[in-house]
Design a protein around this ligand. Structure first.
Ligand code: PLP
Length: 388
């Protein structure tokens, strides 16, 4: 079998062993969590244990965790004009989202398009807090969404500072922590977030489970996206994905126990990878390098490289990387994140994302660098006019 090196953890992480076992055990439980008989109660126990584990990962109370079918759904659920705090039922007039949010936030949830405004980012890739302050000052009753870590660059956002600005203006803050969870600390209280989104498959759970977590019961969503049987205390109807939720809980428990050492190892390997990359290509640009970043993400480009060609070349060498965000299969679109950071379109077209995870090993980094040496050689031959 050909050994491959997987560097697309920001698209999805391999399933953790513990999550695999939890999934298999849950598949064998026959009951519906809403049923009162023993089988139903057994399924309910799995869901509630997972709720405790997911809550613990972000320092929340289990009662404030609502399971969804994805991070996308949790974002859609959160971004509603009728989001209430402390029983105040006034409709929120504006949704302010940073210009680098994931597509599931940028679409604006259930706000009308003309109520959705983009907060600019600085060249470093961090949200512009002065612009945020000016924008909340112009809003009567805003909801703001700023992600904790960007999925393309890995740049960490000043969420706690944003929370202070938003709260001083009477607004609420939603934080998409999908890429940050399990890689950096994500305590909902420390962040000052009112709502937080997680996705199971980014932390080693299986695809098809997510969670929206609220700061306290002070925050209330009166218009669920999916209505019906009243599951998830009315926030999300539909019989729970018990195996997916159980695996989510198991992955969250491992992430909570081990994220610090895993993050240190990822940062060590990522730094080696970037040093190796720069040794081969001194002109390589690593986006967001001036800012604090996730320990696992490198988004880079060299002049003259085409990202799609590079991704295919890496793949042929047994290395899985991606061209920017890869959320919809085969759809290659110029990165809105790099555009918002003011990167030239020529460089944006060549941006390749390399993302590591808890099981990335030194041999993977060597595999990447070997493949890059070949590709960089081909590129420079091409630039000198020699047929590759
Ligand atoms: N938010 C961010 C920052 C993401 O990177 C992603 C997926 O890539 C999502 C949300 C969506 O999560 P899901 O795949 O669970 O819908």
């Amino acid at each position: 079998m050909v050994e491959r090196s997987y560097f697309d953890w920001n698209a999805t992480a391999p399933v953790r062993e513990e999550a695999r076992s939890a999934f298999a055990e849950a598949v064998a439980v026959n009951g519906n969590p809403s049923s009162v008989h023993a089988e139903g109660r057994a399924a309910r126990r799995l869901v509630e244990r997972a709720r405790e584990e997911v809550a613990a990962l972000v320092g929340a109370r289990p009662a404030d965790v609502f399971f969804t079918a994805s991070g996308t759904e949790a974002n859609m659920l959160a971004l509603s004009p009728s989001l209430e705090s402390a029983g105040d039922k006034r409709l929120r007039d504006r949704l302010l989202v940073s210009a680098i949010e994931h597509a599931s936030v940028r679409v604006g949830g259930r706000f009308p398009a003309n109520a959705v405004h983009e907060i600019p980012v600085e060249a470093s890739g961090r949200v512009d807090l002065a612009a945020l302050a000016a924008m909340v000052a112009e809003s009567a009753w805003p909801l703001v969404s700023v992600m904790l870590a960007n999925n393309e660059t890995g740049v960490l956002q000043p969420v706690a500072e944003a929370a202070a600005i938003v709260h001083a203006a009477g607004g609420l803050l939603h934080v998409d922590a999908v890429q940050a969870a399990g890689r950096i600390g994500c305590d909902i209280g420390t962040l000052g977030a009112d709502l937080l989104t997680l996705s199971a498959h980014k932390i080693g759970g299986v695809k098809g489970a997510g969670a929206l977590i609220r700061r306290s019961e002070d925050i209330h969503l009166s218009d669920p996206l999916i209505r019906g049987g009243g599951q998830e205390r009315g926030y999300r109807a539909g019989t729970e994905n018990v195996p997916g939720i159980a695996a989510f809980g198991a992955a969250a428990a491992v992430a909570r126990r081990h994220w610090r050492e895993e993050a240190a190892q990822m940062a060590f390997l990522r730094d080696r990878l970037e040093a190796g990359l720069r040794a081969v290509s001194p002109d390589a640009v690593v986006f967001g390098a001036a800012a604090e970043r996730l320990p696992n993400t490198t988004l880079f480009a060299v002049e003259g490289m085409k990202a799609e060609t590079a991704v295919i070349a890496f793949d042929l060498e047994g290395v899985a990387v991606s061209s920017g965000a890869a959320c919809s299969s085969g759809k290659v679109q110029p990165s809105h994140v790099l555009a918002a950071m003011g990167v030239s379109p020529a460089l944006v077209a060549g941006a390749v994302r390399v993302s590591l995870g808890f099981s990335t090993a030194e041999a993977d980094v060597e595999g990447f660098l070997g493949a890059w040496r070949k590709l960089a050689n081909t590129l420079s031959r091409g630039q000198r006019g020699i047929a590759a």
